[in-house]
Design a protein around this ligand. Structure first.
Ligand SMILES: Nc1ncnc2c1ncn2[C@@H]1O[C@H](COP(=O)(O)OP(=O)(O)OP(=O)(O)O)[C@@H](O)[C@H]1O
Length: 551
C-alpha cells in the first residue's frame, strides 16, 4: 500500500517525468497510473514540443531529481549488462551540478566533529572550497607544523537527503518490480539496494581514509603510484584530513607532454597498476575517473578519492585471470567451462550452447587490430551474454568491469596505440603460474597449515575422545550381540590401541612444534612443510587405526 508520503513522492517523480517528456514511461509501465491525470495540468501537454531522444530525456529527468539521483544514474551507466547501450552512454554524461555550501558552515561542521576550534589545529583554513560535489566539499588548509592539507567535509544534512531520496527510489523500484513487464528480470529493488550500500559507504569518510591508508601501504615507495597520507588525528566519519597533492590532471595531455612525460609509459603504467591492484593486492581503486587521477612531472601517478574500492574472492580472481587468458587464445569452450566451474552460471548450463553464444560476441572483437581490442568491452559483452544464461553478476565483478573500462579509456586517451594485451599478458601469466605452480601450492599449504596448527594442541584430546566413543560403541554393539548369544564381553581395550593413540599425539605435537618454530628453520622450507604435513597425516592414521579392532 502506498502511504500519503510516498504518494507525494510519486507525485514529484511523475511531475519530473512529465516535464521531461517521459509520459510514455507513465503510460507504458502502469507505474504511475493513479497519477496520470497530472499531465493534463502541464502546459506542455497541450503544446507540441521538440524533445531530444529518449535516453537524453532520462538523463535530464535524473538531473532534475537532484544529486542523489544523478549519482544513481552514474552508477547505472556502468551496468552495461542491464541497460541498452544508448541509455548507458547517455547516463555516463551525468554531471554533479551542486552549488558549494558556505565556508562558515564547513568550518562549523569541522569544529563540531573535532570538538575544538579549527584554529587550534590549522594555521590556515581557506573558506573558499577547492571543490564541491554532491556528498562532500573539499577545503585547503595548513597544519601547525606547516604541512599543506585538504579537509574534506560532508555536506550538511546530506544523510537526511539521501534517506529521503532512497525512500523514493525504493517506492518506484517496488512498483516497477510488481507492475513492469521487465521488472522481474532487471530486479530494480536489488539495484537500489546495491546503490544504497555504495552511497552509505561514501558517507563515511573514516572508511574512505582507511581505504586510502591501505592503498598507500600497498604502494609505498613505488615509482608508479603515489597516495597522499591521511592525518588520522583529525579524521572523523564526517571529516577527513589528507596531505595536499600537487600534480597535473591526467586529462591535461598537453601539459603532461610539455613536462616531457612519456605518454606510452604513462598508458602502460596505468594498465600495470590496475592489474597489480586486482591480482597482487586484491584491493583496487574502483572510482578511477580522470578527475581523481593526477601525474607528477616524473611520470608517477597520484590518485585520490577512495570512497569506492573493490576486492574479489581468491576463486573469482583465478577465474577472471583464466577467463581473460582463455579469451585471448579464443578458447571459448574454456571460457564457458570456467563459468560453470566457478558457479557464475547455474550448474545445469549447457556448455556447448554457452560456448557458441560467447563465440558470437567475441569473434567481432577480434576483427579489430590487437591495439584496439578492449578487455572492458569483452567483459561487458560476456556479462550480457552470461545474463541470458542466468548468471547473477556480483557487484564486485561489475565494479571491476567499470574500472577496467575507465582504465582502458584513460590509457588509450593518453596513448592511442596502447596494446593492452601485450602489456597485461606477461603479468597475468606470471600470476597464474604463481597461483597454480609449485610456489602457489606451497603458499596455499602454508596459509592453511597455520589454521590447522591453531587446532593442533586440541588434537590429542579430540583423538582420545574419539577413541573412547568408538570403544563405547564397539562394546555396546558386542554386548548386544553377546546378550543375544547369551554371554558377556569382558575384554579391555587392547594395549596396542593406547600406544598408537599416544604415538599419534606425539607425532602431531612434534609436527606442530616444527611449524610453530618455523618450517624453514633447519631445513629448506618446502621440506619443513612436507615434514609437518606428513606428521599430521601419520598422526591421523595412528588415531584412526588405534580404535579399530579386529573382528
Ligand atoms: N589530497 C588532495 N590534494 C589536492 N587536491 C585534492 C585532494 N583531494 C581532493 N582534492 C581536490 O578535490 C576534488 C574533489 O575531491 P574528491 O574527488 O575526493 O571528492 P568527491 O566529493 O568524492 O568528488 P567526486 O565525487 O566528484 O569525485 C578533487 O578533484 C581534487 O581537485
Amino acid at each position: 500500500m502506498i502511504g500519503p508520503r510516498q504518494a507525494l513522492r510519486l507525485f514529484r517523480i511523475n511531475w519530473v517525468l512529465l516535464q521531461n517528456g517521459l509520459d510514455e514511461v507513465i503510460l507504458a509501465t502502469h507505474l504511475f497510473r493513479p497519477l496520470r491525470w497530472v499531465k493534463y495540468l502541464l502546459p506542455w501537454h497541450w503544446v507540441k514540443r521538440d524533445l531530444p531522444a529518449y535516453p537524453a530525456r532520462v538523463r535530464m529527468a535524473l538531473e532534475d531529481l537532484g544529486p542523489i539521483f544523478v549519482k544513481f544514474g552514474q552508477i547505472l551507466s556502468t551496468r552495461r549488462d542491464l541497460l541498452p547501450d544508448d541509455l548507458a552512454v547517455e547516463l555516463a554524461k551525468l554531471q554533479d551540478r551542486v552549488p558549494p555550501f558556505p565556508g562558515d558552515a564547513a568550518r562549523a561542521l569541522i569544529e563540531k566533529a573535532w570538538g575544538c576550534s579549527v584554529d587550534d589545529v590549522l594555521d590556515h583554513f581557506d573558506p573558499t572550497p577547492l571543490a564541491s560535489a554532491s556528498i562532500a566539499q573539499v577545503h585547503t588548509g595548513r597544519l601547525k607544523d606547516g604541512t599543506e592539507v585538504v579537509v574534506k567535509v560532508l555536506r550538511p544534512g546530506i544523510e537526511r537527503t539521501i534517506r529521503q531520496d532512497l525512500g523514493l527510489m525504493y517506492t518506484v523500484a517496488h512498483l516497477a518490480e510488481r507492475y513492469w513487464k521487465d521488472g522481474k528480470r532487471l530486479r530494480p529493488v536489488e539495484v537500489v539496494r546495491e546503490y544504497e550500500k555504495t552511497i552509505y559507504d561514501e558517507l563515511d569518510l573514516q572508511r574512505e581514509a582507511a581505504n586510502a591508508s591501505q592503498i598507500r601501504r600497498n604502494w609505498i615507495n613505488s615509482e608508479m603510484l603515489y597516495i597522499p597520507e591521511v592525518f588520522w588525528d583529525w579524521t572523523r566519519p564526517s571529516v577527513m584530513v589528507m596531505e595536499r597533492i600537487y600534480g597535473t590532471p591526467v586529462s591535461d595531455v598537453a601539459a603532461l607532454k610539455a613536462q616531457g612525460v612519456s605518454m606510452k609509459v604513462l598508458g602502460e603504467r596505468g594498465v600495470e597498476i590496475f592489474f597489480t591492484q586486482v591480482f597482487r593486492d586484491n584491493f583496487f581503486h574502483a572510482d578511477m575517473h580522470p578527475g581523481n587521477i593526477f601525474v607528477e612531472p616524473s611520470g608517477r601517478y597520484i590518485s585520490i578519492d577512495f570512497g569506492i574500492v573493490g576486492t574479489l574472492t581468491t576463486e573469482d580472481q583465478r577465474y577472471l585471470a583464466e577467463n581473460l587468458l582463455a579469451f585471448f587464445e579464443r578458447d571459448y569452450r574454456r571460457v564457458a567451462e570456467l563459468h560453470v566451474e566457478s558457479g557464475w552460471v547455474p550448474p545445469g548450463t549447457r556448455v556447448d550452447e554457452f560456448e557458441s553464444a560467447i563465440r558470437t560476441v567475441s569473434e567481432p572483437i577480434f576483427e579489430k587490430p590487437l591495439a584496439e581490442i578492449s578487455f572492458g568491452h569483452f567483459l561487458v559483452r560476456l556479462f550480457q551474454t552470461a545474463r541470458r544464461f542466468n548468471m547473477e553478476i556480483q557487484p564486485q565483478l561489475v565494479l571491476l568491469e567499470k574500472t577496467l573500462l575507465n582504465i582502458e579509456g584513460l590509457g588509450r586517451q593518453l596513448y592511442p596505440e596502447l596494446d593492452l594485451w601485450t602489456t597485461a599478458k606477461p603479468y597475468m601469466e606470471r600470476w597464474m603460474k604463481d597461483q597454480i605452480g609449485l610456489k602457489g601450492l606451497f603458499d596455499r599449504t602454508k596459509r592453511n597449515i597455520y589454521s590447522v596448527a591453531d587446532q593442533a594442541p586440541e588434537l590429542p584430546l579430540i583423538a582420545y575422545r574419539m577413541l573412547m566413543a568408538y570403544d563405547r560403541r564397539v562394546r555396546t554393539e558386542e554386548a548386544t550381540q553377546m546378550t543375544k548369544a547369551g554371554s558377556r564381553d569382558t575384554r579391555p581395550l587392547a594395549g596396542g590401541d593406547a600406544v598408537r593413540a599416544i604415538g599419534g599425539a606425539t607425532v602431531v605435537v612434534s609436527g606442530t612444534l616444527v611449524l610453530l618454530l618455523g618450517p624453514g628453520q633447519w631445513l629448506p622450507e618446502p621440506f619443513g612443510i612436507g615434514l609437518v604435513v606428513s606428521s599430521y597425516l601419520a598422526g591421523a592414521w595412528l588415531f584412526f587405526t588405534a580404535g579399530r579392532r579386529p573382528a
